[in-house]
Design a protein around this ligand. Structure first.
Ligand SMILES: [Zn+2]
Length: 115
C-alpha cells in the first residue's frame, strides 16, 4: 500500500491566514453596498429602487457567507493551535491530505461531509 501523504500544517496555516486576510479585505471594500437603501423617489424610479434593494440583499448574502467562511478558517486555525488539525471532527479519522489541500478549513472527512 502506498505511503499516506503527510499534511504540512505550517503550509496549511499560511494558506488559512492568507485566505482570511483576503476575505477581510473584500469585506471592507464592500461596505458601501451595505448602507440602507434611500427612499428618494424623485431621484430613483421604482425599478432602480428595486435593483438597489436586490443589490443590497446580494451584498448582505455575500457578507453572511464571508462571515461563515472566516469562522471556519478561525476554527481550523484553533485546531492547529490545539494540535487537532487534520482529524475529522465527526468521526476522529485522519482527513486525507489531498482534501485538506483543496480546502484547508474543512473540519470533516469526505464520508462525514456526505459530498
Ligand atoms: Zn469523518
Amino acid at each position: 500500500m502506498a505511503q499516506r501523504k503527510k499534511i504540512n500544517v505550517k503550509t496549511q496555516k499560511a494558506k488559512l491566514i492568507a485566505h482570511r486576510e483576503e476575505l477581510e479585505r473584500v469585506g471592507s471594500t464592500g461596505a458601501d453596498a451595505r448602507r440602507p437603501v434611500e427612499l428618494d423617489q424623485t431621484r430613483v424610479g421604482r425599478l432602480s429602487r428595486m435593483d438597489a434593494l436586490q443589490d443590497q440583499a446580494m451584498a448582505l448574502e455575500t457578507d453572511r457567507r464571508r462571515g461563515i467562511e472566516i469562522k471556519r478558517i478561525e476554527a481550523a486555525l484553533k485546531r492547529i493551535e490545539d494540535g487537532e488539525y487534520g482529524f475529522c471532527l465527526s468521526c476522529g479519522e485522519d482527513i486525507p491530505a489531498e482534501r485538506l489541500e483543496l480546502d484547508p478549513a474543512t473540519p470533516v472527512c469526505v464520508d462525514c461531509a456526505g459530498d
